[in-house]
Structures are given as structure tokens and as C-alpha cells.
Design a protein around this ligand. Structure first.
Ligand code: ADP
Ligand code: ADP
Length: 231
């Protein structure tokens, strides 16, 4: 599904920063893959390469056989529609209702409100926010905001969901509930999930496989059991 080969990223500067060093990873379709590391390890840079918000300096990334680096602007826009992303600070529009936040990716494709109604309603139900359609984000709890973020990420029927520290701003109980929802997303839609986190518990509770990144390098990789069970 995702094939990352010899990916390196250097941010120019004095001195240049080698954020990623010869990264090789294969991520299976339908799996939940976690990338864990300390702050500054290169997690954000790596996950941002997967939707080309960041361009690797070297190497290739294939998504379902498609060479991500070879895409022109138009192809990239089309591919990005199939990659959902959720964020630590949710990135919701505060002046838009829950309904409109979730519908936004479809409005941006030029779809009208009446045409997106059924899809948005289905997702609001799926994430457990029925009744909150007309509420503004300022009146939601952190967990509810992330549920809106998840619904918005799913509204274009993506092939891949990227999670950038998705539970880092949430308390332990809310984190548990959001992780449970992500597991349900994975199972219901057979959706591949790639997440970055600095929290071991997120990896343990959710992921099938894990890569440990340190100073731009993958230092361990395998099933969660293999990596976190000492021989
Ligand atoms: P993490 O997500 O694990 O905290 P990052 O990918 O954000 O790590 O950062 C990896 C390294 O690259 C850090 O040294 C960081 O300061 C640097 N870095 C990240 N983004 C940029 C950028 N846009 N320009 C220059 N350096 C950057
Ligand atoms: P995180 O650790 O959660 O990735 P950061 O505060 O390190 O968050 O980075 C926030 C943003 O700033 C990211 O978009 C990252 O790419 C950028 N950034 C990080 N380090 C640098 C840097 N040294 N120079 C320029 N931009 C950076």
C-alpha cells in the first residue's frame, strides 16, 4: 500500500538539518501503523511527506503503486482528496458549524449542501455526534472536536488516514475513546491508518506495527509485540 524507499529530507540552512536519513518502510493496506519518537525526531516531516506537504530531498514514496513524487499539481490534488488527515489541535473552522466543518472538503469540490447532506449525516452518526450538527466548535469538548476532525477526514472516502499527534491534546479517558473510534474507522472501512505520536500507550493500544524514529533514522521496526517485548 505505502512503500517508502530511501527517503531523506534536508532542510536547507546553516547548518542544514538532516530531518530524515534514508528511511525505508512498507505499510500494509488496512493496517494501523504507528511512528513513535521524541520531539524533533522527524515524525512530522515523515508524515507530511506522505501527502507531499513536504518534499523529500531524496527517495521515493509509492501509494497503491502510484509514484507520489511524479505527480503534477492536478494529479496531486486528486490524490490528496483520498488522503484524510487529523491534527493535534483539530484545525476546525470556528465560525462554521459541525455540519459545515465536516462538509467542507466536499464544498471545496464544488458540491452543494443538499448533495452532501446524507454523507455528512452518516458520518455524524458514525462518530457519535448526532444532535450536534448546528453547534460551533467553541461549544464542544476536545474529544468532540476530534470526532468532528475524524468525520471531516472521512468525508471524501479516503484510502489513507494520517494522524498527527491526534490525541496529544486530550486527557487519558478521552484519548481512550478517540482511539476506540479510530479502531472502528479502521475496521469498518478497512482504512489504512498511519499515525505519529510520542506516547507509548497510543502505540500499544491501537497499532499493528510500529517504527521507532530517532534523530531522523528508523532504529526499530516490527509488530508492537516484537518491538516492545524485550527478548
Ligand atoms: P518531530 O515531529 O518528531 O518533532 P520534526 O519532523 O518536526 O520532528 O522535526 C525534525 C527536525 O527537522 C527538527 O530538528 C526540526 O527542528 C527540523 N524541522 C522541521 N521542520 C522544519 C522546517 N520547516 N524548516 C527547518 N527545519 C525544520
Ligand atoms: P511538532 O514537534 O509537533 O512537529 P513543532 O513546533 O516542532 O511541532 O513544529 C511546528 C511547525 O514548525 C511544523 O510545521 C514544522 O515543520 C515547523 N518547524 C519545526 N522546526 C522548525 C525549524 N527549525 N525551522 C522552521 N520551521 C520549523
Amino acid at each position: 500500500m505505502i512503500e517508502i524507499k530511501n527517503v531523506s529530507k534536508v532542510y536547507p540552512g546553516k547548518p542544514p538539518i538532516h530531518a530524515l536519513k534514508d528511511i525505508n518502510l512498507t505499510i500494509d493496506k488496512g493496517s494501523i501503523f504507528g511512528i513513535i519518537g521524541f520531539s524533533g525526531a522527524g515524525k512530522s516531516t515523515l508524515i507530511r511527506c506522505l501527502n507531499r506537504l513536504e518534499e523529500p530531498t531524496e527517495g521515493t514514496i509509492h501509494l497503491n503503486g502510484l509514484d507520489l513524487m511524479s505527480l503534477n499539481e492536478k494529479e496531486l490534488r486528486k490524490t490528496r482528496r483520498k488522503i484524510g488527515m487529523i491534527f493535534q489541535h483539530f484545525n476546525l473552522l470556528s465560525a462554521k458549524t459541525v455540519f459545515d466543518n465536516i462538509a467542507m472538503p466536499l464544498y471545496l469540490e464544488g458540491k452543494k449542501k443538499k448533495d452532501v447532506q446524507a454523507k455528512v449525516k452518516e458520518l455524524i452518526e458514525f462518530v457519535g455526534l448526532t444532535g450536534k450538527e448546528n453547534v460551533y466548535p467553541g461549544h464542544l469538548s476536545g474529544g468532540q472536536k476530534q470526532r468532528v476532525g475524524i468525520a471531516r477526514a472521512l468525508v471524501t472516502d479516503p484510502d489513507l488516514l494520517l494522524c498527527d499527534e491526534a490525541t496529544s491534546a486530550l486527557d487519558p479517558e478521552t484519548t481512550k475513546n478517540v482511539l476506540e473510534l479510530l479502531r472502528k474507522v479502521n475496521k469498518s472501512y478497512n482504512l489504512t491508518i498511519v499515525l505519529i505520536t510520542h506516547e507509548m500507550s497510543v502505540i500499544r493500544d491501537l497499532c499493528d506495527k510500529v517504527a521507532v524514529i530517532d534523530n531522523g533514522e528508523i532504529v526499530e521496526e516490527g509488530t508492537v509485540y516484537e518491538v516492545f517485548t524485550n527478548p
